[in-house]
Design a protein around this ligand. Structure first.
Ligand code: NDP
Length: 449
């Protein structure tokens, strides 16, 4: 672990004390504070008026009961969350996650990361995150709808196009956003398209939003490789997960001439000697909503499904972890390095453990942290808000063009900031500092609030 500047140590101690047990939140705060020592050394004024302490404390945290009735007529209870972390740059913005592992600490880590990510996009959006410990797996379409409606019954009091604009995340895709938007519209009697993003195209969604996070992460890594006169062309790529981010990462990797050799879900991973057949993955995951093990069964020869071991055991030159937090351990990182990995791009939020990040750094592997690499999703959400506000609808090419431009700018901002602060090629440092400085400037201007 990198050492934290002694001026910032008491801040971390206080975060650990007052947020006991929230390990993912502690991890996310520690990682940012590790980078900020160089900033306060250069600009001591950023440490005045408890500015850093304020960034670590959410502006508002909402926890609520979500009752719903399953198909057998039984009443079920889940817990709903929305953490409105920081609105210095604009309305809170960040996804909603439905997964049994969700708790306050996970939502706070995601909301905290979101502040800096959103700042990096250069767009006027603050940071927030929400979710529930509801498990959508195996639930019928009607159960999903009833759950989404009940979740929105409480959430609608706290959101709005100028207040807080949620989107999707793990377990929340187009179907769930549709049900939530329908319930919001019914409860408020307002067609307020800008209140949620990730909407369907038939009711105010943006083209390329579905693709944006995966495409954006791939654009970021491509830019990072180009800086070294390299590219995806001819490279073996492993993508973990097989959800929204993973699928569209694979699609762009293929477009850039790479070969995806493995992908996964929480049950195991598949390899395919001929390269992963993305149409088949889409059919299994987006249409049938089945397990990735089906891939090997349907594909037949050359394809294998493995439950034991890790997707990171598969040799590759580029790794794109796109499933969930802490899915790539120090041990996995060492295996990847031994197998000759040259670049890692985090499509998911905080998928690499701190130990894994250290292994990559020491081995001089190009490493794109999630808050920079996966910012394309939220950036395109902000473009969706722009289209909603002007009652306009852009073409796919226009939207993807803006996304590519934004990802290029984020890459360059991170690279230049790292250089300016004496750590060339350290994208973690570059992303943390550049994101922080943008938020800190706005917070200073707004006074102590
Ligand atoms: P999805 O629900 O569409 O897909 C998640 C994928 O990850 C599934 O294949 C899932 O497998 C797998 N997964 C989930 N939990 C685990 C676990 N504990 N171990 C192994 N695999 C797991 O989610 P998204 O693709 O939207 O999100 C993936 C990541 O990207 C998350 O970290 C999210 O926060 C981040 N992200 C998403 C954005 C977006 O626009 N959607 C924007 C920015 C970041 P299974 O089906 O078996 O659970």
């Amino acid at each position: 672990m990198t050492k934290i500047d002694e001026k910032l140590e008491p801040i971390l101690d206080e975060v650990l004390r007052r947020n006991a047990g929230e390990t993912e939140f502690h991890q996310a705060v520690r990682e940012v504070l590790e980078s900020l020592g160089r900033v306060v050394a250069k600009h001591p004024d950023y440490a005045e008026n408890a500015l850093i302490e304020r960034i670590c404390e959410p502006e508002r945290q909402i926890i609520f009961r979500v009752p719903w009735i399953d198909d057998e007529g039984r009443v079920r209870i889940n817990r709903g969350f929305r953490v409105q972390f920081n609105s210095a740059l604009g309305p809170y913005k960040g996804g909603i996650r439905f997964h049994p592992s969700v708790n306050l600490g996970i939502i706070k880590f995601l909301g905290f990361e979101q502040i800096f990510k959103n700042a990096l996009t250069g767009l006027p959006i603050g940071g927030g995150k929400g979710g529930s410990d509801f498990n959508p797996r195996g639930r019928s379409d009607r159960e999903i709808m009833r759950f989404c409606q009940s979740y929105m019954l409480e959430l609608h009091r706290h959101i709005g196009e100028h207040t807080d604009v949620p989107a999707g995340d793990i377990g929340v895709g187009g179907r769930e956003i549709g049900y939530m938007f329908g319930q919001y519209k019914r409860l408020t009697n307002r067609y307020e398209a800008g209140v949620l993003t990730g909407k369907g195209l038939s009711y105010g969604g943006s083209r390329a939003r579905k693709e944006a996070t995966g495409y954006g992460a791939t654009y970021f890594v491509q830019r990072m490789l180009e800086k070294r006169r390299l590219g995806f062309e001819g490279k073996r790529v492993v993508v973990s997960g097989s959800g929204n981010v993973a699928i569209y990462t694979m699609e762009k990797v293929l477009a850039f001439g790479g070969t995806v050799v493995a992908c996964s879900d929480s049950g195991g991973y598949v390899t395919d000697e001929a390269g992963i057949d993305l149409d088949l993955v889409k059919e299994i995951k987006e249409v049938r909503r089945e397990r990735i093990s089906e891939y090997a069964r349907l594909k037949g020869s050359g394809a294998h499904y493995l439950e034991k071991g890790s997707v990171w055991d598969v040799p590759c030159e580029v790794a794109m972890p796109s499933a969930t937090q802490n899915e790539l351990s120090g041990k996995d990182a060492r295996v990847l390095v031994e197998n000759g990995v040259i670049a890692v791009g985090e499509g998911a939020n905080m998928p690499c453990t701190p130990e894994a990040v250290s292994v990559f750094r020491e081995a001089k592997v190009l490493f794109a942290p999630g808050k920079a690499a996966n910012a394309g999703g939220v950036a395109t959400s902000a473009l969706e808000m722009q289209q909603n506000a002007s009652r306009d609808s852009w073409t796919f090419e226009q939207t993807e063009g803006r996304l590519a431009e934004i990802m290029g700018n984020i890459h360059d901002t991170c690279a230049e900031t790292a250089e300016e602060y004496g750590a060339p090629d350290d994208y973690v440092l570059g992303a943390n500092i550049a994101g922080f400085v943008r938020v800190a400037e706005a917070m200073r201007a707004l006074g102590v609030i």
